[in-house]
Design a protein around this ligand. Structure first.
Ligand SMILES: [Fe+2]
Ligand SMILES: [Fe+2]
Length: 308
């Protein structure tokens, strides 16, 4: 005799059905709009040294006395190296995310659309990380390696095996880079190569955000108050370090600046603070809606210049 579904059983079935519907939609979108950056982008086109890669007011040193010391070409180069450093941070984060997604697939059944989409996302991130590495090479930025601090944080994430944190971190980083890269796409004066990279990334990342958000929502709803308290602090910590990774100290060394002095100038630069706040807004609105960010837990986010 078939078991009568319990109220919780019915709810779980409904959640699985929703999850599968979302996965089916994302798989259809992936089949329609996926790009191979190795063939979509002309990597041999010359890179104009006078083109900015980011709008000037979004460069970490914009408006500081150090900025005033640079000529126009040096400022453009600084913006290119900052974006190259951001793509290196992107590679670091995507590798951590891919590991988390593979673990997620390992814990699920690959006949579900939900697990199949996780693998599709890994495939997207493989192409993105390769694209970012190509950008780094094309612009002459010397390395795709993260800072030692980020490297250790990534290794800690592998050890902790926390899939919920993987999804929350992904939402933060993906919304943040989405906001930054949409500004790049809109600004036609910027370096065409950087804008092509941004365009491919924005299209494919929109799906990743659509995958992670309902997943985080489900997991957050099931979390105990004690676990939520730890999670809130850990997420703010992760976001702080992910954003700090955007501008590697070597960006300043390459501009002929003292990296310690430049980092201090960036840390107190109101323009750079505003950029980080603007790019964090969508993720933080979502965390506020879920109750991850509450009026009493804003302090670490404010201290990290991610919230006004
Ligand atoms: Fe990506
Ligand atoms: Fe992504």
């Amino acid at each position: 005799m078939p078991a009568t579904p319990t109220p919780t059983g019915t709810l779980a079935q409904q959640r699985n059905a929703d999850r599968e519907l979302n996965a089916a939609r994302l798989l259809r979108a992936s089949a329609k709009h996926s790009y191979d950056p190795l063939t979509e982008i002309d990597w041999t086109a010359p890179v104009d040294p006078d083109h900015y890669a980011l709008p000037a007011h979004r460069v970490a040193l914009y408006g500081t006395p150090l900025w005033d010391r640079l000529d126009e070409r040096q400022r453009a180069q600084l913006s290119v190296h900052q974006f190259a450093s951001t793509t290196a941070a992107g590679i670091w984060f995507e590798l951590v995310l891919m590991e988390g997604l593979i673990r997620h697939v390992y814990a699920n059944d690959l006949t579900t659309g939900h697990a199949q989409y996780a693998l599709t996302e890994v495939a997207d991130e493989c192409r993105h990380s390769t694209m970012f590495a190509r950008y780094i090479t094309a612009t002459g930025y010397p390395s795709a390696r993260p800072t030692r601090r980020a490297d250790l944080l990534g290794r800690l994430h592998f050890l902790l095996n926390d899939t919920t944190m993987t999804f929350a971190g992904a939402i933060f980083v993906e919304e943040f880079t989405d906001a930054m890269q949409r500004e790049m796409i809109r600004d036609e004066s910027l370096q065409p190569l950087a804008r092509s990279v941004a365009r491919i990334h924005v299209v494919e990342e929109a799906r990743h955000i659509g995958y992670a958000k309902p997943e985080l929502e489900r997991r957050w709803a099931a979390m105990t108050p004690a676990r939520r308290a730890i999670f809130r602090r850990a997420l703010a910590h992760l976001a702080h370090h992910a954003v700090a990774e955007l501008v590697h100290p070597r960006v300043y060394t390459l501009a002929g600046l003292d990296p310690a002095e430049a980092r201090r100038a960036a840390a107190t630069n109101p323009h750079w603070r505003q950029a980080r706040i603007d790019w964090s807004r969508k993720a933080l609105d979502f965390f506020t809606d879920l109750g991850i960010l509450t009026p009493t837990t804003t302090r670490p986010w404010r201290r990290a210049s991610l919230l006004p």
